[in-house]
Design a protein around this ligand. Structure first.
Ligand SMILES: [Zn+2]
Length: 351
């Protein structure tokens, strides 16, 4: 029989996949020598976390402990560039909160953003918890608990785990640090698959993302993610990474297959629909691109951008009437197409 602590310290982690386009290039801010790398981090407190007067010190201690562990496993260190209280943070859903932080906060000269939020500690420690959420290569958020120190026990492991997601690491089911369920008996060791993934991404330029890797490195990564799927990892972030890599390699059919696995699991993920349509467009298959965007309109809440994408395809095909109709639909759904299109419609007397 497992002891009580073992049972009650389950910590679940969820890698998040809504990866939006990278913030445009700022100064490349990392040092790296042969094997060692220091990641520059901007530390964010949401409104709840910032209610603690000593939040900076708390965050720093947690990150220092994680940095020590990460150095042992991967020779990667965390260094804090600055702290900031994030004022626009009244979002109750943890996933939306994390995505909003990564998309809205300016990371300054840092490589990535690490945010902290605070939950009321509940007595119900048996409850399954999702304490970390990562958007690979961009940032993550960590949930901490007030009034129940027991619940913060695994924090160092959660941060190390999320840092490995930052480098494209995926869940494996072997009790290592990249297992999605971990506890006090989890060992601070990394499985061979993630070790290999991080050996490729370790020196990545966070401002340029996958574009900073060579074709050979991207091909190796694609093989590793395919292996992860074969080993039983059928999670959307894994398919999403695979889609991104094939996209960068210009293998659009393979990218479409991977993104399709994402929308098969969650049809409301607008970004994956956008990528499928854009891959068809890049491959010159305009009819399929339009068909995909039309399907997306029926599935997602942000419809305007997809009408806008259809308007641009028709515009480029010289079908200005259809382009105009879709530009109007985009506008009615809160999305404005480029002014160049409106000027062209006017010139041609289309209204
Ligand atoms: Zn995870």
């Amino acid at each position: 029989m497992m002891n009580y602590r073992y049972r009650t310290q389950l910590v679940f982690c969820l890698a998040f996949l809504l990866i939006m386009p990278l913030l445009s290039g700022i100064v490349q801010a990392y040092r790296s020598d042969a094997n060692h790398r220091t990641i520059l981090v901007k530390v964010i407190a949401d409104k709840k976390y910032a209610t603690q007067s000593d939040w900076r010190e708390k965050a720093r201690k947690n990150l220092e402990a994680a940095s020590e562990g990460l150095e042992k496993v991967l020779n990667i260190k965390i260094s804090i560039s600055e702290y900031e209280e994030w004022r626009i943070s009244n979002i109750s859903d943890f996933g939306e909160l994390t995505a909003a932080m990564v998309n809205q906060v300016d990371k300054g000269r840092a490589d990535i953003i690490i945010g902290f939020t605070l939950e009321r500690g509940s007595g119900r420690t048996e409850e399954l918890r999702k304490d970390g959420l990562t958007l690979s290569r961009r940032g993550f958020m960590i949930k901490t608990y007030s009034g129940a120190p027991e619940q913060n026990k695994m924090l160092t492991y959660v941060i190390i785990h999320e840092m490995i997601h930052i480098f494209g690491g995926v869940h494996v089911f072997d009790g290592s640090i990249m297992s999605p369920v971990f506890n006090e008996e989890t060992e601070l060791k990394l499985d061979a698959l993630n070790m290999e993934i991080v050996s490729i991404t370790k020196d990545i330029d966070f401002n340029r993302g996958l574009a900073s890797l060579s074709k050979h490195q991207l091909q190796r990564l694609a093989r590793l993610y395919t292996r992860a799927v074969r080993l039983g990892n059928r999670e959307t972030p894994t398919y999403y990474e695979l889609g991104e890599i094939y996209n960068h390699l210009g293998q659009y059919e393979d990218a479409i297959d991977a993104y399709r696995q994402v929308v098969r699991r969650d049809q409301s993920i607008a970004y994956a629909w956008g990528e499928i349509g854009d891959c068809y467009r890049r491959a010159g298959k305009m009819d399929k691109a339009i068909e995909t965007f039309k399907r997306a309109i029926n599935k997602v809440s942000q419809k305007g951008i997809f009408y806008g994408k259809i308007a641009i395809i028709y515009y480029n095909q010289g079908d200005f009437r259809s382009s105009y109709d879709n530009a109007l639909r985009a506008r009615r759904n809160g999305f404005e197409v480029d002014q160049i299109l409106w000027r062209e419609f006017k010139k041609r007397g289309i209204s």
